[in-house]
Design a protein around this ligand. Structure first.
Ligand SMILES: [Zn+2]
Length: 455
């Protein structure tokens, strides 16, 4: 039994002894300012009752007096729903269980209470169960299986079998990488649609945006193949490096087609996880690798990984293909696409792609929020991509992404108004996951343990 559970039992015993209340297993978050995400209005002097990992009651603090016996959390806090990182990576088992857990803890420490792991393996299914049971400090985990790509499948029947195997194994979604032929893509998506498992990630060169949208389901990540669509899918073009995402088409892309792309996406009901920070980190002349190496959270990335990122970006930017103006044009088009998708009502989800290329877990999701605002979303709309829309994507509109009765008790406690403080990783005073509260000193302890695991 862990210490928290023991203390809770002890407290329950004390309350039973004094006959004080039936609420002794509950937590009362008392007299705080809420951003419930029901609207962009703040609710001042509000209280929230948590029972069994769920929000049992929300209302003005003055009405909460009857909940005597509950453990009280109070302070000068802004409280909002926990955020989701929808393009997360969990390290592989080959990097050691300790490192895997450290990365999961890092997400949680930054207020990320849900992650969607985008390159799964059996060990991640175990982590998912441990997280659900509250046995590790971790966000709630959704995970893809190992990816489908031109390297991992070669024959339609084999591909269909691989879909069935991953469904059987219990993965939450399929992950696509590039290199799939149309024939393979159709076999995989047909099998996936029949079994009701979604597919997300990259779009293969041969498949293209429109065919992918027609197949439906899941999310497109990194705004993959939108540039090709804007450039009219040039037929003679060879598929460049995976990290380009159409950078080479920056001057051929027709801005007039952005609306059409957004409309088609909305009609298909397909989500997007833009991961704009990934592409900014790779291409933006505004940030040198040396600067990015000093960004918040980078101290939790192993040194050889950081050096790898510095070398990768330095090499790319000193290569023949790189041009500052072209990079700016590319990033500008991505911002316009992001905004158009949002305005058109095509779903956006928060995701940075961590830990990849100067994206420390958790920290980079906050940076992605800032980039969504830079693209033209209001702060409230940006926050919805990590909360309310995540609930919609998961089919959990009634339990994920808001502070309201019946919702999961996944919360962030802040010293600043989240609508005014994006990126607010510096203002996190506490995190609650499934009703378990980590105050600032718990989070600092967690970060110390993570630091040791990484050294
Ligand atoms: Zn990724």
């Amino acid at each position: 039994m862990n210490l928290l559970k023991r203390m809770t039992l002890l407290l329950s015993a004390i309350f039973l002894f004094v006959g004080c209340s039936v609420e002794s297993d509950s937590i009362l978050i008392e007299n705080v300012t809420l951003l419930s995400m029901e609207s962009d209005e703040l609710s001042e002097n509000y209280s929230v009752l948590i029972t069994d990992g769920r929000i049992a009651w929300v209302g003005p603090a003055a009405d909460a007096r009857t909940f005597r016996g509950a453990t009280i959390i109070t302070g000068d806090y802004y409280v909002m729903p926990g955020l989701a990182e929808m393009h997360a990576h969990i390290p592989g088992a080959n990097q050691g269980e300790e490192y895997m857990k450290a990365v999961l803890g890092l997400y949680l420490s930054q207020g990320i209470t849900t992650i969607r792991g985008m390159l799964g393996q059996p060990a991640h299914l175990e982590m998912r169960e441990l997280a659900a049971a509250g046995e590790i400090d971790s966000p709630r985990i959704f995970t893809s299986g190992p990816s489908f790509s031109g390297n991992s499948v070669s024959d339609p029947d084999e591909a269909r079998q691989r879909v069935r195997d991953q469904v059987e194994a219990g993965y939450d979604l399929l992950k696509f990488h590039p290199g799939l032929s149309v024939e393979l893509f159709e076999a995989i998506t047909d099998e996936a649609n029949a079994l009701g498992i979604e597919f997300s990630g990259h779009i293969s060169h041969a498949v293209g945006l429109e065919r992918s949208l027609e197949a439906g389901k899941g999310s497109i990540d990194h705004l993959d193949r939108y540039m090709e669509f804007l450039a009219g899918d040039p037929a003679d073009r060879e598929d460049p490096s995976i990290i380009y995402f159409g950078y080479d088409l920056a001057y051929q892309a027709d801005e007039e087609r952005i609306r059409e792309a957004a409309r088609k996406t909305r009609e298909a009901g397909v989500w997007n996880v833009p991961t704009n920070t990934l592409l900014v980190n790779v291409f933006s002349p505004d940030y040198t690798p040396e600067q990015m190496n000093e960004w918040p959270g980078m101290e939790f990335i192993p040194e050889n990984t950081r050096n790898g990122w510095v070398n990768f970006v330095s090499d790319l930017r000193s290569g023949d293909d790189y041009d500052e103006e072209q990079a700016r044009r590319f990033l500008e088009l991505r911002n316009k696409l992001t905004l158009a998708l949002h305005e058109e009502g095509a779903g956006l989800l928060l995701g940075a792609d961590a830990p990849q290329i100067f994206n420390p877990p958790g920290y980079s999701a906050h940076r992605e929020l800032a980039l969504l605002v830079e693209a033209g979303l209001s702060p409230f709309e940006a926050l919805k991509t990590g909360t309310v829309y995540v609930g919609e994507y998961l089919g959990e509109e009634d339990e994920t992404g808001k502070i309201a009765e019946g919702y999961r008790a996944d919360l962030i406690f802040l010293s600043a108004n989240p609508l005014e403080a994006i990126p607010f990783h510096d203002h996190i005073e506490g995190v609650m996951k499934d009703g378990r509260f980590y105050d600032r000193s718990d989070l600092d302890e967690l970060l110390d343990r993570i630091r040791q695991a990484i050294d």
